[in-house]
Design a protein around this ligand. Structure first.
Ligand code: ADP
Length: 155
């Protein structure tokens, strides 16, 4: 079975992430959405909250499962015996960082490849930080996040 890891902070998961996962699942039979502990980024939601929201978002999709990890993604992939990472690309500004990460991951774990999916144009500007900023200023994000995230915001 073809399997790939889509790792990120998902703080919170957005419709941009969902779009990448669903499209990647057309290419790979199984997607592991890997919610990472924050390393440098200052967090908004706790790891438990982020995982719960991702789990709820994909609860109707048995071919998409959720796991968590801290430490190096490449080491986690190696431990799980998974050789493909999925990442999303929005603008040229994502490219430098993503290229660096893809090369570093291959350096740590030879044979580990990164497959990039280009954002859908309606999500090209969307990031978790845009959502966090909008929520902080009471702007509606209902069109930008999956229902479980919207539900949490409305609480
Ligand atoms: P990280 O902290 O690892 O960057 P994120 O949760 O911010 O984690 O993002 C995970 C992945 O999803 C990254 O590859 C990022 O480029 C991609 N991504 C985020 N938002 C979008 C979007 N709107 N469209 C396409 N890809 C996206």
């Amino acid at each position: 079975m073809s399997i790939a890891i889509y790792a990120g902070s998902f703080d919170p998961i957005t419709n941009g992430h969902v779009d990448i996962v669903m499209r990647a699942n057309q290419v790979f039979e199984h997607i592991v959405v890997l919610v990472m502990q924050h390393s440098q980024k200052t967090g908004w939601l706790s790891l438990e909250q982020r995982v719960a929201l991702v789990q709820e978002t994909f609860s109707d999709h048995p071919s998409i499962t959720v796991e968590t990890a801290s430490g190096l993604l490449a080491q986690y992939a190696q431990k799980r015996g998974i050789q493909t990472l999925i990442r999303g690309l929005r603008a040229v500004s994502d490219f430098d960082y993503e290229a660096q990460m893809a090369l570093a991951n291959r350096d740590i774990c030879p044979g580990l490849d990164t497959v990039f999916f280009m954002t859908s144009k309606e999500y090209a500007y969307l990031s978790s930080s845009v959502v966090r900023e909008m929520v902080q200023h009471q702007a509606s994000v209902a069109h930008l996040v999956p229902a479980p995230v919207q539900g949490m915001i409305e609480l």
